[in-house]
Design a protein around this ligand. Structure first.
Ligand SMILES: NC(=O)c1ccc[n+]([C@@H]2O[C@H](COP(=O)([O-])OP(=O)(O)OC[C@H]3O[C@@H](n4cnc5c(N)ncnc54)[C@H](OP(=O)(O)O)[C@@H]3O)[C@@H](O)[C@H]2O)c1
Length: 320
């Protein structure tokens, strides 16, 4: 099969089209003929060699083939897989199965896949496992957003942010969205009520306290987040810099003695959440904003586009 192999750290020029052997599913896995794969900031972190990635792969990327969020058709199933059959259309996540989505075939744990409804396109489906669930779970599971809540989303113009804004609006919240100014139009389209440019505004110093803060790129002190939260507010760290991740972890251990809650979003590929999200997309209650679809041969350009932060919406690779 053809696959883009990640030959070293650096950038998209490290992705080389090679012939690899078609993988064989383990007993709890499925083999998927990949139809579409979405590019996430995580793919870029890996190929760039972000500090957190080098902790697991000091000299070379920990995964041979990138791409975690895929949709496709099941070609084979492992001996212990009973709820997904050959020929079914599925979508799911490979990040706990050695990655490998930027290839014609990939194997992944069956428990991290669900059946793709016919009405959901392969392109939309491959945006849901990571970016979709991060936004969805950030608002519902971790933020516990209620009607009328004032919520702030930092990094709201990114892949997960666009799902977070839409889920929050669906749940009746008033949304403050923070990202680069040239993403304002996109964020308005997702449903944001108020917008701020992160290059000009420190949101923790706004004259406003929030019931929920979801931060995709957290890099400030816990003290400043507490200042921006309502007395019983919730801060949810989706992603961020290592010192802030550590600070959030330590603060989250003291939640019992504080009315404000500090949480780390522990994203999980929950089939029920995936099915709920797919239903919302089919019902047109949540829209998947795709910036560009690349042919498989142009995979390095797709990855580079995410690295260059040029996309206003998801970047997709159509594999077959
Ligand atoms: N918690 C988990 O289990 C889990 C799992 C997977 C991924 N993640 C993390 O989740 C986060 C969101 O992922 P994603 O795919 O949505 O990323 P993304 O598409 O790169 O979105 C991040 C957004 O934040 C913006 N941004 C950059 N610096 C900012 C700042 N200082 N203030 C405000 N906004 C800023 C970016 O804009 P620019 O274009 O200007 O950079 C971009 O629009 C990432 O940090 C990722 O590592 C978490």
């Amino acid at each position: 099969m053809r696959a883009f192999v990640c030959t070293g750290y650096g950038g998209s020029q490290q992705l080389k089209l090679q012939e690899l052997e078609k993988p064989t599913p383990k007993s709890d896995e499925i083999l998927v003929r990949v139809k579409a794969v979405s590019v996430n900031s995580w793919d870029w972190d890996i190929i760039k060699g972000a500090p957190i990635i080098r902790m697991v792969g000091p000299f070379r990327p920990p995964y041979k083939v990138l791409g975690a969020d895929i949709s496709g058709v099941v070609e084979a199933v492992g001996a212990n897989v009973h709820d997904i059959g050959v020929g079914e259309e599925v979508f799911g996540d490979l990040s706990d199965s050695r990655w490998g989505g930027m290839a014609e075939y990939a194997t992944g744990k069956a428990e991290h896949f669900t059946i793709k409804p016919k009405k959901l396109s392969f392109e939309d489906a491959c945006c849901l496992p990571q970016a979709g669930l991060l936004g969805f779970q950030g608002i519902r599971t971790f933020g516990e957003v209620k009607k009328g809540d004032k919520i702030l989303i930092n990094g709201a113009g990114g892949g997960a942010g666009m799902f977070a804004i839409q889920t929050a609006k669906l749940d009746g919240a008033e949304v403050w969205a923070v990202d680069r100014a040239d993403k304002f139009d996109a964020m308005r389209k997702f449903g944001a009520d108020h917008m701020f440019d992160y290059k000009a505004t420190n949101y923790t110093k706004l004259d406003q306290q929030f019931d929920v803060i979801i931060d995709a790129v957290a890099h400030r002190s816990i003290k400043s987040y507490r200042r921006a939260l309502a007395v019983d507010g919730r801060f949810v760290m989706m992603g961020g810099k290592l010192p802030t991740i550590l600070g959030t972890f330590l603060a989250s251990r003291k939640n019992d003695s504080n009315t404000q809650k500090i949480k780390i979003l522990m994203w999980s590929v929950d089939k029920d959440d995936l099915d709920s999200l797919a239903k919302l997309v089919i019902e047109d209650k949540i829209k998947v904003h795709i910036h560009k679809i690349f042919d498989f041969e142009h995979t390095p350009e797709a990855v580079q586009m995410v690295g260059d932060q040029d996309a206003l919406g998801k970047v997709i690779i159509r594999v077959s």
